[in-house]
Design a protein around this ligand. Structure first.
Ligand code: GLT
Ligand code: MN
Ligand code: MN
Length: 387
C-alpha cells in the first residue's frame, strides 16, 4: 500500500485499549485471540501510527488488582507511553462488565450499587486525569431495562442526572481540566437503554447543573443501530458546541453492535462524515471504537487498525477533491443562493406583512427539476475514482 495515506500525529487518530485488545469473544463463541498486556498494545498502536490510546479503568487495571499489581501495570504503561510518545486523550469507566452492574450503575434500583458506581468512577477519573486525559466518556451500557415493570423511567433519568451533577462537582473540586462526553446507544447489552440517541443526550445535558462541562461522544454504529443518519446527529452536536469526542466505526443498519473497521461498510456515509469533520475544523480525537474480525490474529489486528486510519485519510482526500471540483461547487453554490427580499430572517411585523403579501407560483416552483440525481452521481464518481 502506498505511503500517501500514512497517519500523522496531527490526524489525532486514537484507539481504545479494548479495541486493539479485543479477544474476539461474542455471545456465542469463546475468545479467538489473547490480548497482549496494555504496555504492548501501546507499542502496537505506535507501530501502526496512532496518535493516542484511550482506556476503561479495567482495561488497564483489572477489577480485583492488588495495590502492587496496580503499581507494576502503571509503571509499564507509563514507560510505554514515554517510549512511544503516545498520548492518552480520553478515559472512561467500565460500568458494565461486572455482574454487580447487571441492573445498571448510576440508574440501578439498588442505592448501594449506585454508590459503588460513583466510587468506581471517581477513582477512574483520578486515573484518567493522572495520565493526562482531557475528555472523559460515559457509555451507560447497563443503564436500561428489559421490562418497564422493573424500573420507573423517571427514576432512571433523575438518578442519572444526580450522578452526572455529582461527578461534575467532583472534577471541579479537584481542579481537573476535564470535559465529559455522553455516549448513546439504543439497546445492547440491555433490552433497551435509556438515552438511546445522541439527540436524547443533547437535550438531557441542558438540564444539568454544569451543562458547559458536558457534551457528547456520538458513535456511528450506535446511531445506525437506531436506523438514523449519523452525520445529522454529529452536525446537531457540533452546532450545539457539544462534539467533545467521536467514536468512528462502521455498521450495517438494523443489526447488533458490529463495531466494524471504519469505512468498510457505508462508504458514502463515512465520506460525508469525514468531509463534515474536516470542513468544520473539528479538532478533537478521531477515535476508532471498533475491533478486528474474529478471524484475525494479532497481525490482522494491525491490518484492522491501519485500515481504519487509511480509510479516513482516503475519504479526506476524496472530500478535498469534492470541495475543489468546479462543476460540483457550482451546483453547491446555486443550492445555497438566497433571495434577500424573501428570506424569512429575523421576525418583524413588516417582514411578516411583506411575506404574507408576496405572491408565489407554487406550481412553477414545484415543477423545477433540482438536478439532485446528477449531483449525487458526481459524488459517486468522485468516491469510486471515476472522476
Ligand atoms: C464498549 C462500547 C463502546 C463504548 C466503550 C466506552 S465500551 O466497547 O461498545 O461503544 O464506547 O465505554
Ligand atoms: Mn459500538
Ligand atoms: Mn463507543
Amino acid at each position: 500500500m502506498t505511503d500517501q495515506y500514512q497517519p500523522r500525529p496531527e490526524d489525532k487518530f486514537t484507539f481504545g485499549l479494548w479495541t486493539v485488545g479485543s479477544i474476539g469473544r461474542d455471545p456465542f463463541g469463546d475468545p479467538v485471540r489473547t490480548a497482549p498486556p496494555p504496555h504492548e498494545l501501546v507499542h502496537l498502536l505506535a507501530e501502526v501510527g496512532a496518535y493516542g490510546v484511550n482506556f476503561h479503568d479495567n482495561d488497564l487495571i483489572p477489577f480485583n488488582a492488588s495495590d502492587s499489581q496496580r503499581q507494576a501495570i502503571l509503571k509499564d504503561f507509563k514507560k510505554a507511553l514515554s517510549d512511544t510518545g503516545l498520548a492518552v486523550p480520553m478515559a472512561t469507566t467500565n460500568l458494565f462488565s461486572h455482574p454487580v452492574f447487571k441492573d445498571g450503575a448510576f440508574t440501578s434500583n439498588d442505592p448501594k450499587v449506585r454508590a459503588f458506581a460513583l466510587q468506581k468512577t471517581m477513582r477512574a477519573i483520578d486515573l484518567g486525569a493522572e495520565l493526562g486525559a482531557k475528555v472523559y466518556v460515559f457509555w451507560g451500557g447497563r443503564e436500561g431495562t428489559e421490562s418497564d415493570a422493573t424500573k420507573d423511567p423517571l427514576d432512571a433519568i433523575h438518578r442519572f442526572r444526580e450522578a452526572m451533577n455529582f461527578l461534575c462537582e467532583y472534577a471541579l473540586d479537584n481542579g481537573y481540566d476535564l470535559k465529559y462526553a455522553l455516549e448513546a446507544k439504543p439497546n445492547e447489552p440491555r433490552g433497551d437503554l435509556y438515552f438511546p440517541t445522541t439527540a436524547a443526550y443533547l437535550s438531557f445535558i441542558e438540564t444539568l447543573d454544569h451543562p458547559e462541562m458536558v457534551g457528547v461522544n456520538p458513535e456511528m454504529a450506535h446511531e445506525h443501530m437506531a436506523g438514523l443518519n449519523f452525520l445529522h446527529a454529529v452536525a446537531q452536536a457540533w452546532e450545539a458546541g457539544k462534539l467533545f469526542h467521536i467514536d468512528l466505526n462502521d455498521q450495517n443498519y438494523a443489526r447488533y453492535d458490529q463495531d466494524f473497521r471504519f469505512g468498510m461498510q457505508n462508504l458514502k456515509q463515512s465520506f460525508f462524515l469525514v468531509k463534515f469533520l474536516e470542513d468544520v475544523g473539528y479538532q478533537g480525537s478521531r477515535h476508532f471504537d471498533a475491533h478486528a474480525f474474529r478471524t484475525e490474529d494479532i497481525e490482522g489486528v494491525k491490518d484492522f487498525a491501519r485500515g481504519c486510519m487509511r480509510n479516513y485519510l482516503i475519504l479526506k482526500e476524496k472530500a478535498c477533491q469534492w470541495n475543489q471540483d468546479a462543476e460540483i461547487q457550482a451546483m453547491v453554490k446555486e443550492l445555497k443562493a438566497v433571495d434577500p427580499d424573501l428570506a424569512p430572517g429575523k421576525y418583524s411585523q413588516e417582514k411578516a406583512a411583506q411575506l404574507k403579501a408576496a405572491s408565489f407560483d407554487a406550481d412553477a416552483l414545484a415543477a423545477r427539476g433540482l438536478k439532485y440525481e446528477y449531483l449525487d452521481q458526481l459524488t459517486i464518481d468522485v468516491l469510486l475514482g471515476a472522476r
